[in-house]
Design a protein around this ligand. Structure first.
Ligand code: AMP
Length: 281
Protein backbone atom coordinates (compact mmCIF):
# COMPACT_ATOMS: atom_id res chain seq x y z
CA UNK A 1 0.00 0.00 0.00
CA UNK A 2 1.43 3.34 -0.99
CA UNK A 3 1.10 6.39 1.25
CA UNK A 4 1.26 9.70 -0.59
CA UNK A 5 1.28 13.17 0.86
CA UNK A 6 1.32 15.69 -1.94
CA UNK A 7 -1.07 16.42 -4.82
CA UNK A 8 1.83 15.93 -7.28
CA UNK A 9 2.61 12.42 -5.95
CA UNK A 10 -1.05 11.47 -5.99
CA UNK A 11 -1.50 12.69 -9.57
CA UNK A 12 1.54 10.76 -10.75
CA UNK A 13 0.29 7.60 -9.04
CA UNK A 14 -3.04 7.96 -10.81
CA UNK A 15 -1.37 8.45 -14.18
CA UNK A 16 0.58 5.26 -13.60
CA UNK A 17 -2.57 3.32 -12.56
CA UNK A 18 -5.10 3.92 -15.33
CA UNK A 19 -7.64 1.20 -14.36
CA UNK A 20 -10.95 1.92 -12.60
CA UNK A 21 -10.37 3.61 -9.26
CA UNK A 22 -12.59 3.96 -6.19
CA UNK A 23 -11.97 6.63 -3.54
CA UNK A 24 -13.15 6.61 0.06
CA UNK A 25 -12.59 10.04 1.63
CA UNK A 26 -12.36 10.05 5.43
CA UNK A 27 -11.17 12.11 8.36
CA UNK A 28 -9.55 9.02 9.88
CA UNK A 29 -10.06 7.34 13.24
CA UNK A 30 -11.59 4.59 11.17
CA UNK A 31 -14.45 2.37 12.26
CA UNK A 32 -16.54 -0.27 10.56
CA UNK A 33 -18.66 2.37 8.80
CA UNK A 34 -15.59 3.70 6.98
CA UNK A 35 -14.32 0.20 6.33
CA UNK A 36 -17.62 -0.86 4.72
CA UNK A 37 -17.17 1.98 2.20
CA UNK A 38 -13.56 1.04 1.49
CA UNK A 39 -14.46 -2.65 1.23
CA UNK A 40 -17.14 -1.88 -1.33
CA UNK A 41 -14.62 0.16 -3.30
CA UNK A 42 -12.22 -2.80 -3.32
CA UNK A 43 -14.99 -5.06 -4.62
CA UNK A 44 -16.11 -2.68 -7.36
CA UNK A 45 -12.86 -1.27 -8.76
CA UNK A 46 -9.50 -2.36 -10.17
CA UNK A 47 -7.76 0.00 -7.71
CA UNK A 48 -8.88 1.59 -4.46
CA UNK A 49 -7.73 4.75 -2.73
CA UNK A 50 -8.65 6.14 0.66
CA UNK A 51 -7.88 9.60 1.95
CA UNK A 52 -7.34 10.67 5.52
CA UNK A 53 -7.49 14.38 6.22
CA UNK A 54 -9.07 16.16 9.16
CA UNK A 55 -10.32 19.15 7.24
CA UNK A 56 -10.17 22.36 9.29
CA UNK A 57 -12.41 24.37 6.95
CA UNK A 58 -15.47 22.24 7.74
CA UNK A 59 -15.22 22.91 11.49
CA UNK A 60 -16.64 26.07 13.04
CA UNK A 61 -14.47 28.15 15.37
CA UNK A 62 -16.08 26.60 18.48
CA UNK A 63 -16.06 23.04 17.17
CA UNK A 64 -13.80 20.05 17.78
CA UNK A 65 -11.10 20.38 15.10
CA UNK A 66 -8.24 20.47 17.62
CA UNK A 67 -9.44 17.50 19.64
CA UNK A 68 -10.84 15.42 16.75
CA UNK A 69 -9.58 11.85 17.45
CA UNK A 70 -6.59 10.69 15.42
CA UNK A 71 -4.78 7.33 15.15
CA UNK A 72 -2.89 7.24 11.89
CA UNK A 73 -0.96 4.02 12.47
CA UNK A 74 -4.08 2.03 13.27
CA UNK A 75 -5.96 3.57 10.33
CA UNK A 76 -3.18 2.64 7.91
CA UNK A 77 -3.07 -0.94 9.21
CA UNK A 78 -6.85 -1.31 8.79
CA UNK A 79 -6.62 -0.03 5.19
CA UNK A 80 -3.66 -2.32 4.48
CA UNK A 81 -5.74 -5.27 5.74
CA UNK A 82 -8.46 -4.38 3.23
CA UNK A 83 -5.85 -4.29 0.45
CA UNK A 84 -6.37 -0.66 -0.37
CA UNK A 85 -3.79 0.30 -3.00
CA UNK A 86 -3.04 3.88 -2.04
CA UNK A 87 -3.71 6.24 0.84
CA UNK A 88 -3.68 9.97 0.22
CA UNK A 89 -2.61 11.64 3.43
CA UNK A 90 -2.00 15.31 2.70
CA UNK A 91 -0.78 17.68 5.39
CA UNK A 92 -2.47 20.99 6.14
CA UNK A 93 0.14 22.89 4.09
CA UNK A 94 -0.53 20.69 1.06
CA UNK A 95 -4.28 21.23 1.20
CA UNK A 96 -4.35 24.87 2.22
CA UNK A 97 -1.00 26.47 1.43
CA UNK A 98 -0.27 30.04 2.41
CA UNK A 99 -2.42 32.39 0.34
CA UNK A 100 -5.23 29.85 -0.16
CA UNK A 101 -8.52 31.65 -0.89
CA UNK A 102 -10.81 29.56 -3.12
CA UNK A 103 -13.95 27.80 -1.83
CA UNK A 104 -16.81 25.79 -3.29
CA UNK A 105 -20.26 26.67 -2.02
CA UNK A 106 -23.42 24.72 -2.73
CA UNK A 107 -26.72 26.63 -2.57
CA UNK A 108 -30.01 25.85 -0.85
CA UNK A 109 -29.30 22.18 -0.27
CA UNK A 110 -26.47 23.13 2.09
CA UNK A 111 -28.41 25.72 4.06
CA UNK A 112 -30.91 23.82 6.23
CA UNK A 113 -30.35 21.07 8.81
CA UNK A 114 -26.61 20.71 9.46
CA UNK A 115 -25.96 23.85 7.42
CA UNK A 116 -28.21 25.89 9.71
CA UNK A 117 -26.44 24.61 12.85
CA UNK A 118 -22.95 24.66 11.31
CA UNK A 119 -22.73 27.67 8.96
CA UNK A 120 -19.28 26.99 7.43
CA UNK A 121 -19.53 23.21 7.43
CA UNK A 122 -20.64 22.43 3.88
CA UNK A 123 -18.43 25.07 2.31
CA UNK A 124 -15.51 23.20 3.88
CA UNK A 125 -16.83 19.78 2.87
CA UNK A 126 -17.59 20.84 -0.72
CA UNK A 127 -14.17 22.45 -1.06
CA UNK A 128 -12.16 19.54 0.28
CA UNK A 129 -14.15 16.92 -1.65
CA UNK A 130 -13.72 18.89 -4.89
CA UNK A 131 -9.97 19.09 -4.25
CA UNK A 132 -9.74 15.37 -3.44
CA UNK A 133 -11.71 14.35 -6.53
CA UNK A 134 -9.61 16.64 -8.67
CA UNK A 135 -6.31 15.17 -7.49
CA UNK A 136 -7.25 11.50 -7.07
CA UNK A 137 -9.45 11.34 -10.20
CA UNK A 138 -11.53 8.33 -9.11
CA UNK A 139 -14.23 6.74 -11.26
CA UNK A 140 -16.31 6.18 -8.13
CA UNK A 141 -16.33 7.86 -4.73
CA UNK A 142 -17.89 6.20 -1.68
CA UNK A 143 -19.91 8.11 0.90
CA UNK A 144 -22.05 7.02 3.84
CA UNK A 145 -25.78 7.63 4.21
CA UNK A 146 -24.95 8.37 7.86
CA UNK A 147 -24.21 11.92 6.66
CA UNK A 148 -27.40 12.24 4.63
CA UNK A 149 -27.20 15.91 3.79
CA UNK A 150 -23.48 15.67 2.95
CA UNK A 151 -24.24 12.90 0.48
CA UNK A 152 -26.82 15.06 -1.28
CA UNK A 153 -24.56 18.12 -1.27
CA UNK A 154 -21.77 16.08 -2.87
CA UNK A 155 -24.04 14.58 -5.50
CA UNK A 156 -25.25 18.09 -6.34
CA UNK A 157 -21.76 19.54 -6.62
CA UNK A 158 -20.43 16.75 -8.85
CA UNK A 159 -23.44 17.20 -11.12
CA UNK A 160 -23.25 21.00 -11.14
CA UNK A 161 -19.49 21.10 -11.75
CA UNK A 162 -19.58 18.32 -14.40
CA UNK A 163 -17.22 16.11 -12.42
CA UNK A 164 -16.90 12.68 -14.05
CA UNK A 165 -17.32 10.58 -10.93
CA UNK A 166 -20.05 8.25 -9.73
CA UNK A 167 -21.09 8.92 -6.15
CA UNK A 168 -21.87 5.63 -4.43
CA UNK A 169 -24.07 5.80 -1.31
CA UNK A 170 -23.45 3.16 1.38
CA UNK A 171 -25.79 2.11 4.18
CA UNK A 172 -25.21 3.37 7.72
CA UNK A 173 -23.27 0.86 9.80
CA UNK A 174 -24.53 0.63 13.38
CA UNK A 175 -23.36 -0.79 16.68
CA UNK A 176 -25.34 -3.80 17.95
CA UNK A 177 -27.58 -1.52 20.03
CA UNK A 178 -28.40 0.69 17.04
CA UNK A 179 -26.05 3.65 17.59
CA UNK A 180 -24.70 4.82 14.24
CA UNK A 181 -20.93 4.37 14.19
CA UNK A 182 -19.04 7.65 14.31
CA UNK A 183 -15.50 8.72 15.16
CA UNK A 184 -17.12 11.14 17.61
CA UNK A 185 -18.64 8.27 19.63
CA UNK A 186 -15.15 8.00 21.16
CA UNK A 187 -15.83 11.25 23.07
CA UNK A 188 -18.82 9.77 24.94
CA UNK A 189 -18.57 8.80 28.59
CA UNK A 190 -19.93 5.37 29.51
CA UNK A 191 -23.19 6.96 30.65
CA UNK A 192 -23.53 9.09 27.52
CA UNK A 193 -22.72 6.10 25.31
CA UNK A 194 -25.59 4.18 26.91
CA UNK A 195 -27.90 7.16 26.55
CA UNK A 196 -26.98 7.72 22.89
CA UNK A 197 -28.95 4.67 21.79
CA UNK A 198 -32.03 6.87 22.18
CA UNK A 199 -31.30 8.46 18.79
CA UNK A 200 -31.73 5.33 16.70
CA UNK A 201 -34.64 4.28 18.93
CA UNK A 202 -36.39 7.59 18.23
CA UNK A 203 -35.89 7.25 14.47
CA UNK A 204 -37.14 3.68 14.65
CA UNK A 205 -40.23 4.72 16.58
CA UNK A 206 -41.08 7.21 13.83
CA UNK A 207 -40.34 4.61 11.17
CA UNK A 208 -42.76 2.22 12.86
CA UNK A 209 -45.47 4.90 12.77
CA UNK A 210 -44.72 5.63 9.12
CA UNK A 211 -44.95 1.93 8.24
CA UNK A 212 -48.27 1.79 10.08
CA UNK A 213 -49.55 4.57 7.80
CA UNK A 214 -48.77 7.83 9.64
CA UNK A 215 -48.17 10.56 7.05
CA UNK A 216 -48.29 13.79 9.06
CA UNK A 217 -44.82 15.34 9.09
CA UNK A 218 -45.49 16.97 12.44
CA UNK A 219 -46.59 13.71 14.06
CA UNK A 220 -43.39 12.02 12.85
CA UNK A 221 -41.31 14.87 14.27
CA UNK A 222 -43.28 14.63 17.52
CA UNK A 223 -42.57 10.89 17.91
CA UNK A 224 -38.85 11.58 17.56
CA UNK A 225 -38.97 14.54 19.94
CA UNK A 226 -40.93 12.77 22.67
CA UNK A 227 -38.75 9.66 22.45
CA UNK A 228 -35.51 11.65 22.75
CA UNK A 229 -37.01 13.62 25.65
CA UNK A 230 -37.27 10.41 27.69
CA UNK A 231 -33.46 10.43 27.93
CA UNK A 232 -32.27 13.12 30.35
CA UNK A 233 -28.68 13.10 29.02
CA UNK A 234 -29.84 13.88 25.47
CA UNK A 235 -30.46 17.41 24.27
CA UNK A 236 -32.20 17.42 20.89
CA UNK A 237 -30.91 20.16 18.58
CA UNK A 238 -33.25 19.55 15.67
CA UNK A 239 -35.49 16.93 14.15
CA UNK A 240 -36.33 17.26 10.48
CA UNK A 241 -38.77 15.61 8.13
CA UNK A 242 -37.57 16.72 4.72
CA UNK A 243 -38.17 15.96 1.06
CA UNK A 244 -35.54 13.33 0.30
CA UNK A 245 -34.08 15.10 -2.72
CA UNK A 246 -34.48 18.83 -2.10
CA UNK A 247 -34.27 18.59 1.71
CA UNK A 248 -37.10 21.12 1.89
CA UNK A 249 -38.83 20.74 5.26
CA UNK A 250 -42.22 19.05 4.85
CA UNK A 251 -45.30 20.66 6.35
CA UNK A 252 -48.57 18.72 6.27
CA UNK A 253 -48.51 15.30 4.65
CA UNK A 254 -45.24 13.63 3.67
CA UNK A 255 -44.66 12.35 0.14
CA UNK A 256 -43.37 8.95 -0.93
CA UNK A 257 -39.76 9.46 0.16
CA UNK A 258 -38.48 11.55 3.05
CA UNK A 259 -35.27 12.02 4.99
CA UNK A 260 -35.94 11.89 8.72
CA UNK A 261 -32.89 13.30 10.46
CA UNK A 262 -31.79 14.67 13.81
CA UNK A 263 -28.89 16.14 15.73
CA UNK A 264 -28.50 15.91 19.49
CA UNK A 265 -25.95 16.72 22.14
CA UNK A 266 -24.75 14.55 24.97
CA UNK A 267 -22.80 17.08 27.02
CA UNK A 268 -20.47 18.69 24.49
CA UNK A 269 -20.65 15.74 22.08
CA UNK A 270 -22.82 16.38 19.05
CA UNK A 271 -24.19 13.36 17.18
CA UNK A 272 -26.34 13.06 14.05
CA UNK A 273 -28.41 10.23 12.61
CA UNK A 274 -31.07 9.71 9.96
CA UNK A 275 -33.27 7.23 8.14
CA UNK A 276 -34.88 7.43 4.74
CA UNK A 277 -38.55 6.50 4.75
CA UNK A 278 -40.11 5.32 1.51
CA UNK A 279 -43.59 4.08 0.72
CA UNK A 280 -42.32 0.55 0.29
CA UNK A 281 -40.41 0.31 3.63
P1 AMP B 1 -15.81 10.98 8.30
O1 AMP B 1 -14.50 10.35 8.58
O2 AMP B 1 -16.70 11.12 9.49
O3 AMP B 1 -15.68 12.24 7.49
O4 AMP B 1 -16.60 9.97 7.36
C1 AMP B 1 -16.04 9.52 6.14
C2 AMP B 1 -17.10 8.80 5.36
O5 AMP B 1 -17.57 7.67 6.11
C3 AMP B 1 -18.34 9.65 5.06
O6 AMP B 1 -18.79 9.37 3.74
C4 AMP B 1 -19.32 9.19 6.09
O7 AMP B 1 -20.66 9.36 5.70
C5 AMP B 1 -18.97 7.71 6.19
N1 AMP B 1 -19.44 7.16 7.45
C6 AMP B 1 -19.20 7.64 8.69
N2 AMP B 1 -19.85 6.88 9.62
C7 AMP B 1 -20.51 5.94 8.94
C8 AMP B 1 -21.37 4.85 9.31
N3 AMP B 1 -21.68 4.62 10.58
N4 AMP B 1 -21.87 4.07 8.34
C9 AMP B 1 -21.58 4.31 7.03
N5 AMP B 1 -20.78 5.30 6.61
C10 AMP B 1 -20.25 6.10 7.54
Amino acid sequence: MEILQTPAEMRTWREEHPGSLGLTPTMGYLHEGHLALAQRSVTENRFSAASIFVNPTQFGPDEDFQRYPRDEDRDLQLLRDLEIDVVYLPGLEEMYPKGYQTYVTVGELAQGLEGASRPVHFRGVATVVTKLLNVVRPDRAYFGKKDGQQLRVIRRLTQDLDLAVEIVACETVREKDGLAMSSRNAYLTVEQRRAATILSQALQAAETQFTAGARSAESLRRVVRTTVETEPLAELEYVSVAHSETLAEVEGEVGSEILLSLAARFGSVRLIDNVTLTEDT
